[in-house]
Design a binder for this molecule. Sequence first.
Ligand code: AHR
Length: 501
Amino acid sequence: HIEGDVGDPAQVIGPVPRRLFGSFVEHMGRSVYTGIYEPGHSTADDRGFRGDVLELVRELGPTVLRYPGGNFVSGYRWEDGVGPAETRPVRLDPAWHSVESNRFGLHEFAAWAEAAGAEVMYAVNLGTRGVQEAADVLEYCNHAGGTELSERRRANGADRPFGFKLWCLGNEMDGPWQIGHKTAEEYGRLAAETARLMRMIDPDVELVVAGSSHADMPTFGSWERTVLRHTAELADHISLHAYYQELHGDTDSYLASAAALDRYITTTAGVIDETLAELGLDKTIGISVDEWNVWDLRRWNEVDQAKLAEGGWRQHPRIIEDTYTVTDAVVVGSLLSSLLRNVDRVTMANQAQLVNVIAPIRSEPGGPAWRQTTFHPFRQVAALAGGASLRLAVEGERLRTAQHGEVDLVDAAATVEDGGRGAVFLTNRATASPTEVRIRLRGARFGVYAAETLTTPDGETRHAVNTADAQPVRPVPLPGAVATSDPGGTTITVTLPPLSW
Ligand code: AHR
């Protein structure tokens, strides 16, 4: 039994930021090359942008795109990716043991993001570089003209400034795997000085300082506290990265991943509040969940990394091209619900990544592009969630899990728009049986406009996947959802198939 009150403003968690539906394009594997960019592909335009991929990206609907990394950015020189493509240097990318041609760079990405209809979130290198280079790339991008850097941009074809508003100050600097990894003290100082100079150049930028790479980092909590002590006056957001996977066949814990994300967000929010109070600062700092997804990290650690090393230095090798199952898509759906439940603290989020690399969209060089299973929940939430996120009370069966304790068997989130449109997002974590749900929405009369579900297709298992040849996993109509209204509100009843979004 799920209950919400549409008529009571106190039951609104907060407005749903459009930036919640962001994604991520890193120079990694085949995300850029043979992903979004492939000159010579039958669908490519004269800029080399793949038309088939772009069409799927538009359908998916990401609102913000983080670029150019990820771990890649911590060894990247942004200047390598501007100017005539033929003269750009070919470099080693140590983060992903690859060769970077730099054929695709800043201008190409700005044009591609515009074509995709999304805002750019640009990350600066605070691994091998520092304050000056961050200031330089900002001046290059956002200053109108009349200086060496801004005139260089104009000469390179962008007469008007790009006007990027969102800037990430480094990536996962808490991780020992990061190029130029730092202690919280070192990073906090560097981020503060970088932020100070960036604001002098463009006071309108929004700055994201790097938080923890995952909730199990030994420094989680103390990292945020130290970094914020240095940067709180200057930062608008602090990041959090979160990837989930099924371990040792423990499906129940995997299906409960959203509870872990809820907790991770709440704990981060607590540290933000505590540090702001300690500093006596009357402001808010948002949480930017700027990398989240499901990712089989064990395969990466045990198989892919060795393959990468054996293959030697190559351009755009295949890296972490995870093929997602129905189960993965159901978990992705519930992670989106977690983001919706936390809009009072989460100001933006980026699913990592967009194409080929742990992505909702896959493409083959010279071949087709297709929707992975995880494409669907993202597309649905980006299209349907709007207005305000509603506080829900869930009462019913609980699922006991080894990793995340007890969680609701049905995970829920709901949004309501002023015009009267609403959406309820439900995940049935019961793997063997359907679950009947009664949703009581007080204070408004609703009808059921449409009900859809993503679940195991007939004759398949929970491991069903979409491939280039066949995409059996997709939303289908969910029959039997019925709304009945009375003077107090609406009650919707629906039966959710086992393991379904
Ligand atoms: O998204 C893949 C990688 O995961 C990113 O480069 C890094 O930031 C994270 O560890």
